[in-house]
Structures are given as structure tokens and as C-alpha cells.
Design a protein around this ligand. Structure first.
Ligand code: A2P
Length: 334
């Protein structure tokens, strides 16, 4: 099988290569693409040095294209890659809401990937992390309403976002004023309730992505969801406080037991031992940490919980590779 990464030099591209190294996917050839700025750059993969090439304007001679070079590149080129015979697993938001493009988190709706017509969308990172925990609860207890508040890492803005956090924090620690380019305001020692652009309804697009994408992945358009998305000065894991109103009441013990057996979840929930989800423990992990599971004080029989998931892994690269693995395991890829 020939795999191509478009955006190989970016933050998600880097993680894609790490995940592919450990993956069970049988890869005969890995091709790396980025912008002309990176032409000729060498990146290590399985003990070899692979050369980065300029992303072609037309077809890519590969069986799978893992695209993470942003929405405009995907919009312009993904259909051409698909028409050329590749299955495109796209990390951007370009096609997520298209009716004929499956939006997939393998633990939740892997079978949707089998219906693809050349392009499969990888969800928004905040959504991917939330649904791993919420979908099993929805299946057993029926989620009626879901209220999410996020604490999102700078990695959500790519390598440049993480670089800005480090460089601007360094400035502040050396008595200089912090600036901002990737974020709406300086990020060091700050909390910014503004990710992506504001919509007419007063919510940001990031917040609405959680609404639209959770419904599409879980397959329930009646699910009531509200989100406040906030950028915080961490490097790479998104955390989320989630309140769920349920059709059938559940106790925290029942939810703990359910999630302990759920794929992609690590229950980390022993507050007495200071054990709960955090970016410091969730970063680099494949599983999404879930903890602080407690009864809702607002919705009778409802549940409050806290999740932390590596934005670059389950929120992006890992999920994309898991989609490819899902297809290959079912004979739907070379
Ligand atoms: P490059 O490093 O050559 O700019 P991140 O999300 O971390 O910012 O990474 C974005 C990725 O997308 C990088 O690999 C970047 O390559 C790539 N990229 C950006 N613009 C283009 C483009 N017009 N064509 C192809 N790749 C692009």
C-alpha cells in the first residue's frame, strides 16, 4: 500500500509519521508532500530519510492520502486526488458537512467510512475527543442535552501556534511584552474565548463545529448541544468539561463501568489520589482520559465529566490513521 501525507512538515504531519511508524498498516511506500518552502527537506521514517516533495496540483499516485495542509489546499486538490484513485482522509473542515462525505471516529461510526466516495473527513479535534467519551453514554442512556466548555491547547493552531506560545512566554519571562499572530490576543498567561471566526448567532465556528459534527458522527440530529470554546496556554492536549442530560438516569458508578470497557477511553477518576484527566498526563497518549465523573446538580440523573485528549493524536493524526486501519482490516483498501 502506498500512503501519502500532504502537510508532512506540519504539527499534524509530524504526528502522522509517528503514528504510522507504530501502526499495523502494511505500508510499502510513504510519500511526503508540503509547500514549496519545504521542498527537499528530509524527514526520518522507519530508519530511512524521506524527501519532502511539493504537493502536486493533480493526482497523487498513492492508495491513501492523509491530508493535513489546511482547508484551502484540501478544497482545491482533494477531489483530484480522489479522482486519481486514492482514498483521501482529510483533516481539514473542507468536506465535513457534505452529505456524501463520511465524518468518522472509528470507535463510534467506523462503518460509515465504508460508504466513502473517495473522501473521508476527520472531525474537528474537540469533537473527536468528546465523542469517544459521549457516544457510549448516548448508546446506553440516550443523551438529550450536552453542554461543553473547552480548554484548548495551542497545537490546535498548528506548529505555529505552539511556537507562538513558547516564544511569547519567553518574552514575558524576560520582561518584554507578548505579541500575537496566530491568536486573537497574546496567549501567555491568558485565556481566550475566541477560536475560529464568530458566526451570526454569537457562537464561534469552532463552537458550532462541535454541535454540527457531534450530531453527524453520533447520527442524531435531535441532540441538543451548546459549546464554549476557549484557548489556553498549553501545548497539545484539549480538555473539556461536559454536562449531559440523559433520557435514562445513570449513576457515576454506572458511567465509570461503562467507560472502563469503551474503546479509546482511559478512566482516570480517583480525586482522592489527585487522579483526573490533565494535559500533562494525556499528552502523547492514544486514549482519551475521562474523569471527574459525578452526578449533575442541574439535570436529574444526568452526569458531569471532564475529558482530556491529545489534540494532535485522537484529535487529528491518530484518528486519521485509525480510519485507514479500519478500511484495511475490512479489505476496503489495498
Ligand atoms: P510547509 O511546512 O512547507 O509550510 P501546520 O498546521 O503545523 O501549520 O502545518 C501545515 C502543513 O501544511 C505544513 O506541512 C505546510 O507545509 C503545509 N502547507 C501549507 N500550505 C501549503 C500549500 N499551499 N501546499 C501544500 N502544503 C501546504
Amino acid at each position: 500500500m502506498r500512503v501519502a501525507i500532504v502537510g508532512a512538515t506540519g504539527a499534524v504531519g509530524h504526528e502522522l509519521m509517528q503514528v504510522l511508524e507504530k501502526s499495523s498498516l502494511k505500508i510499502d511506500e510513504l510519500q511526503l508532500y508540503a509547500s514549496p518552502r519545504s521542498e527537499g527537506k528530509k524527514l526520518p521514517f522507519k530508519g530511512e530519510e524521506l524527501t519532502v516533495r511539493v504537493t502536486p496540483e493533480g493526482a497523487i499516485d498513492a492508495d491513501v492520502v492523509l491530508a493535513s495542509a489546511g482547508g484551502s489546499v484540501s478544497k482545491a486538490l482533494a477531489h483530484k486526488w480522489a479522482e486519481g484513485g486514492a482514498v483521501v482522509i482529510d483533516n481539514s473542515s473542507a468536506f465535513r458537512y457534505d452529505a456524501d462525505v463520511p465524518l468518522v471516529v472509528p470507535e463510534v461510526n467506523g462503518e460509515a467510512a465504508l460508504q466513502h466516495k473517495g473522501i473521508i473527513a476527520n472531525p474537528n479535534c474537540t469533537t473527536a475527543i468528546a465523542v469517544v467519551a459521549v457516544a457510549p453514554i448516548h448508546r446506553k442512556y440516550g443523551v438529550k442535552r450536552m453542554i461543553v466548555s473547552t480548554y484548548q491547547a495551542t497545537s490546535g493552531a498548528g506548529q505555529k501556534g505552539m511556537d507562538e506560545l513558547l516564544a511569547e512566554t519567553h518574552k514575558v519571562l524576560h520582561g518584554q511584552e507578548a505579541g500575537n499572530a496566530e491568536f486573537a490576543h497574546p496567549i501567555p498567561f491568558n485565556v481566550i474565548p475566541h477560536i475560529d471566526v464568530f458566526q451570526d448567532n454569537g457562537y464561534t465556528k469552532e463552537e458550532m463545529k462541535v454541535v454540527w459534527e457531534t450530531r453527524k458522527i453520533i447520527g442524531d440530529e435531535s441532540l441538543q448541544i451548546s459549546c464554549t470554546a476557549v484557548r489556553i496556554p498549553t501545548l497539545r492536549t484539549h480538555s473539556e468539561a461536559i454536562t449531559l442530560e440523559l433520557e435514562k438516569p445513570a449513576t457515576p458508578d454506572e458511567i465509570r463501568e461503562l467507560l472502563a470497557g469503551a474503546a479509546g477511553v482511559e478512566v482516570r477518576d480517583n480525586p482522592g489520589d489527585k487522579l483526573y484527566p490533565m494535559p500533562l498526563t494525556a499528552s502523547g497518549k492514544y486514549d482519551v482520559e475521562v474523569g471527574r465523573i459525578r452526578p449533575s446538580l442541574v439535570f436529574e440523573g444526568g452526569i458531569d465529566l471532564f475529558v482530556a485528549g491529545d489534540q494532535l493524536l485522537k484529535g487529528a493524526a491518530l484518528n486519521a490513521v485509525q480510519i485507514a486501519e479500519y478500511l484495511q482490516e475490512r479489505g476496503a483498501l489495498k
